[in-house]
Design a protein around this ligand. Structure first.
Ligand SMILES: NC(=O)c1ccc[n+]([C@@H]2O[C@H](COP(=O)([O-])OP(=O)(O)OC[C@H]3O[C@@H](n4cnc5c(N)ncnc54)[C@H](OP(=O)(O)O)[C@@H]3O)[C@@H](O)[C@H]2O)c1
Length: 337
């Protein structure tokens, strides 16, 4: 792929909650311009376009994918459409940033990755946690051995949402449930620091719709490190993370996936409170990475490589196999592959 010229022109596919947040974040991104949007309906597309000052509003996802003024598309639809929408855009020659979970399963994700690689197009999972300044700083401190070697970590993501069987969160047809929506964050956190687990054990409690209402995951990593993780759609949890090393611990007390503060506590030393605040909603950092990669002619991010997304997807497949949970839109054989 050749390096592209400035500005990188974005299109957004879907007009829901996260699409709006991402449009706001793009205002803080260098060398980027939001030019176009696509929706299932023209009215929703036009409303979104006028709210964000866009000249181009398409009444279908196909029309957005075909828009010659768009370089890269951000996919902001429910989980069940991520694979289909990504393939649509790649086949139209667009680079893609796709919301998490990247796909429903490894079979889908493999098809997406193969398509991008065949066409020499950029593809990345919108795992924005990896680009948050404090999370980058945390990795640096761990690499510098500030708390020794990591032996164990804990992380959870739970909130109490009203039970609505038709909402994206609880709807089985839209691949709702805690794991794919928010359990993905503690899993991605653990795997960022400790890699793909050698062994996984998990338990889920089902909501009335059949999705996992709350679930817990225990990972054993290559050198015997253990991750203790959980997620919940009807239980407020601390949303914190703790990383335990041989010479101390690091505590991210609030919303670890978008953290602005942490306490670094090496053994026998005073705790250090680290603050790395940022403006806006935090989605600007992942968008900046996409822009920088495209300007450098890269088809993949070194901070969020496709191999790591595949590894995360494999682990989530494995967890769902343990529960026997498949979604109606998915072939059972996909999960077993
Ligand atoms: N990174 C994050 O922090 C974060 C936060 C929230 C969500 N997400 C991810 O982003 C994705 C979208 O979440 P969201 O909260 O933005 O959802 P949302 O508000 O329901 O919006 C989803 C959009 O997708 C389109 N869509 C297409 N088919 C649909 C269907 N059958 N039902 C509902 N919407 C449909 C709609 O746009 P049109 O009508 O315009 O086509 C809708 O506005 C999810 O995969 C979620 O995991 C990420």
């Amino acid at each position: 792929m050749h390096a592209m010229s400035k500005p990188i022109r974005w299109g957004i596919l879907g007009t829901g909650l996260i699409a709006t947040e991402f449009a706001k974040a793009l205002q803080h991104v260098r060398d980027a311009e939001l030019v176009s949007v696509g929706s299932r309906t023209q009215s929703s597309s036009s409303t979104f376009a006028s709210a964000h000052g866009l000249a181009r509003a398409h009444g279908s996802y196909e029309a957005l994918a075909a828009d010659p003024l768009v370089d890269v598309v951000y996919i902001a639809t429910p989980h069940t459409l991520h694979c289909e929408n990504t393939l649509l855009c790649l086949r139209a020659g667009k680079h893609v940033l796709c919301e998490k979970p990247f796909a429903l399963n490894t079979a889908q994700l493999t098809e997406m990755v193969n398509e991008a690689q065949r066409r020499q197009l950029f593809l990345m999972e919108a795992m924005w946690m990896r680009f948050i300044p404090l999370l980058r700083d945390l990795q640096h401190r761990l690499a510098e051995n500030e708390i020794g070697e990591i032996r164990m970590l804990q992380a959870d993501f739970g909130f109490r949402a009203p039970f609505d069987p038709f909402s994206r969160l609880f709807n089985l047809d839209l691949a709702g449930g805690a794991l794919l929506d928010i359990g993905i964050y503690p899993l991605a956190f653990a795997m960022l620091l400790l890699g793909e687990p050698a062994e996984v054990a998990s338990l889920a409690h089902e909501a009335a719709t059949g999705v996992d209402e709350q679930s817990a995951y225990l990972l054993r990593h290559a050198q015997g490190q253990i991750s203790v993780l959980a997620s919940a759609l009807r239980t407020q949890t601390s949303m914190s993370a703790r990383v335990y090393g041989t010479r101390g611990l690091i505590h991210l007390p609030k919303q670890f996936w978008r953290a602005k503060e942490m306490i670094v506590q090496p053994r026998n030393k005073a705790p250090q409170h680290v603050h790395l605040p940022y403006h806006g909603n935090g989605y600007q950092f992942e968008a900046q990475e996409v822009v920088d990669c495209l300007l450098a002619g890269k088809t993949e991010s070194e901070i969020m490589p496709l191999a790591d997304s595949l590894s995360l997807m494999r682990t989530m497949d494995q967890i769902r196999r343990q529960w026997g949970l498949t979604y109606p839109v998915e072939k059972i054989s996909d999960l077993n592959s």
